[in-house]
Design a protein around this ligand. Structure first.
Ligand code: MN
Length: 228
């Protein structure tokens, strides 16, 4: 094995609930506008159209429970989502067998510099500056399918300082988890360690330093993240 010319970057490792082992992250895909009520609040048609995805970086996932308010934005929004963790992948995966590739699920936040995202949308430019910044995806422990099963329904909520801001049901996803995996695998080769953020229900809004965000999903418990 050849040596590397620089120090090797660390593997992003997420804690697995009920285990000393970790889940290693390869890629992070995020779906846009996957709950009709959220599409409407963002000014779009809620009809089912082809899904679209953007990416965050593996090391944007952050299990620390803290979210440092990022620079160059005065309108940072919370988006409560569930993250789907893959244990295997491939190309052209059929919808019917897509869930066989899922290792587990975690609570997550797709934190967004909404002002910068809006400027990029308006200019027809990529969204990374609004979406893929440092520690932009707080995430809870990974719950294995063996322990929690597959999640296709149940309440997803987000409170800020105890006030309910986001409320939906996983069964309101326009593109279901198996469909997202199948669709992505037509365009990308999916693999073990890939993570899919599955979209957010309506009620997104700004946070400020000191706020405590609490996301909860039946079966996954809750995750508290403080804006620092
Ligand atoms: Mn999102």
């Amino acid at each position: 094995m050849a040596e590397f010319v620089i120090e090797t970057p660390p593997v992003v490792a997420l804690p697995v609930a009920g285990s000393d082992a970790s889940f290693p992250v390869r890629r992070v895909y995020c779906i846009g506008r996957n709950y009709a009520a959220h599409a409407v609040e963002m000014g779009h048609d809620p009809d089912r159209e082809a899904p679209f995805f953007f990416q965050k970086n593996a090391n944007n996932l952050d299990p620390s429970g803290e979210f440092p308010y990022p620079p160059h934005s005065s309108d940072v929004h919370h988006e409560a989502e569930i993250a789907v963790m893959l244990k295997s992948g491939g190309t052209d995966i059929p919808v019917a067998s897509a869930l066989d590739h899922v290792y587990g699920y975690a609570l997550s936040l797709d934190m967004t510099r909404r002002d910068l995202q809006g400027e990029m949308k308006k200019a027809g430019r990529p969204w990374e500056i609004g979406k893929a910044f440092e520690r932009s995806a707080p995430v809870g422990p990974v719950h294995s399918v063996a322990s929690v099963g597959h999640l296709s329904q149940g309440a997803i909520t987000l409170k800020v300082n105890g006030d309910l801001k986001q409320e939906g049901d996983l069964n309101q996803m326009i593109w279901k988890v198996p469909e997202m995996i199948a669709y992505l695998s037509e365009y990308f080769e999916l693999a073990a360690g890939d993570v899919i953020l599955s979209g957010t229900p309506s009620g997104v809004g700004p946070v400020a330093k000191g706020d405590v965000m609490e996301i909860a999903v039946a079966g996954l418990g809750s995750l508290s993240v403080t804006v620092t």
